[in-house]
Design a protein around this ligand. Sequence first.
Ligand code: GSH
Length: 242
Amino acid sequence: MIDLHYVRTSNGLKIAIMLEEIELDYRIIEYDIFAGDHLKPQFKAINPNHKLPAIVDHAPEDGEGAMPIFETGAILLYLAEKSGRLIPSAPRRRMEALQWLAWQISGLGPMLGQGYHFARYAPEGQDYGIARYTREARRLLGVLNYRLSDQPFLAGEYSIADIACWPWLQNVGNLDIDRAEFPAIQRWWDGIAARPAVQRVVRSSTTEVPTAYVQRRMSLTPAQWSNLFGDKLLDAVASPDP
Ligand SMILES: N[C@@H](CCC(=O)N[C@@H](CS)C(=O)NCC(=O)O)C(=O)O
């Protein structure tokens, strides 16, 4: 059994989709990040970085007891290796999957994440930040489109690299980017959206993404702000073990 410590965001969706695809037994432990659930001291033992998602595998292969894992790139790789699925076995293709996974976790995710941050939460008049991250998002989408223009999937076959990227392409409209401007991305995105495992996740009441996580502008209360971007976050990292 795997516990999925989950929030309904792009990073959370990656792991919910992976678990549905490989059909391992899992249960969802849902967090409300606006309420600061992820800052609770007991979560530090699972992820000292206090970010979601994370998993705990209660039956790891080494038999040495429950194993917590954080960072979506590491979790996807772990689950691919545990299940023997969704990572190519041919060495060159496998390396392609790892490259595109690294590209997502170091580029596409952080850049779109910052873009969404400025577009959604920053006070009005943050044009420089929005322009900077929108330009970078467009550049990265251009790279993705180029790759997918002669490959059905990022590593030739459907893999953890596609699962890592797909949820991030849902809300590019928040940056005034139309996915349809990138025809190869749109074709790839639609194909993945139609997969039964993906449908199960996006349609399920426990894993669907509610408006609070996707709407274009959001105004937070001071407590929510502190939980997400302010002092509470810093305090959680500095706090001693429970
Ligand atoms: N690099 C991390 C990013 C995780 C991340 O930023 N998660 C967000 C939700 S998508 C989060 O926990 N936000 C709460 C916060 O930043 O306080 C990963 O890939 O797992």
